[in-house]
Design a protein around this ligand. Sequence first.
Ligand SMILES: [Mn+2]
Length: 303
Amino acid sequence: MKIITSGSKYIDIDAYASCIAYRELFKLKGIEAISVSTSKLNESITKQILEFKQSLDSYQESEEQEFIILDVSEEIYFDTIVKKDKIVELIDHHPGFETVWKEKLGEKAQIETIGAVATIILEKYQEEHLLNKMEKEVAYMLMAAILDNTLNFKAKITSNRDIMAYQKLQKIVSDNGRYCERYFLECQEMIEHDLINSIQNDTKVGIHHQLLPNVIAQLTVWDKTNIMKQLEIIYQVLDRYDKNWIMNLICIKDAKSYIISKHEKVKMQMQKLMHHTFNGNIMELPEVWLRKELIKEAIINEK
Ligand SMILES: [Mn+2]
């Protein structure tokens, strides 16, 4: 039995959609597979997407297990069900562990600089000539994954392959370009409905770079206005982790990131790194930045 899974603690729409779509592809080829996660689902997996017919399976302990890992390649972050010696395939787009997995799995390790793992899964359907068999809801999920992970194609990691993949998916669902706003509004609704939980579900602790605070929270919404009215809640939640934090609030409508912080030391640090100034507790950046891009920027500047 092939078990397709991803990270521990929480997973996002890229991991969720990719696990489900990859299972569906195996099914189309007549191969038994399940997609399983024991992690929390973050707010990028919207209520509407959770209501789709295709969803995660429950875990079944079986004799012959083979694990396929998607959207993560650092072992300490694998889902707790993974048996490390039973991994047969790994697909990811986070840098750092390419060589390790190439040595272990050869061509069954695919770690690439690309906007979303969902793009790679779409390409696998194409390679198998099974794109015409993809269910509409699966296509919508993959579209959401690409939109989320590339921030509507504005993130620097976006590649041409992501754009091509999205266009293919749009054809399957006959989208005229409206799905982007609809999807990010769905996410925003999830976040505004439970802001505290949403922050906790997308906060990375233990970031060790001289130029960044230890804690980086991130939220992606269509329109920032309502969140900006609730800064006190953000302060309260993040102060519980550490004094050294930032919130990266990504507003898709503006195509901008807003870095929020209320601690002078952190503000100075961020101003130095990003070359923009804080206005009160907010630093407006002229483009969108993903957390992984902020970390990359810090690594480049440390050298
Ligand atoms: Mn991803």
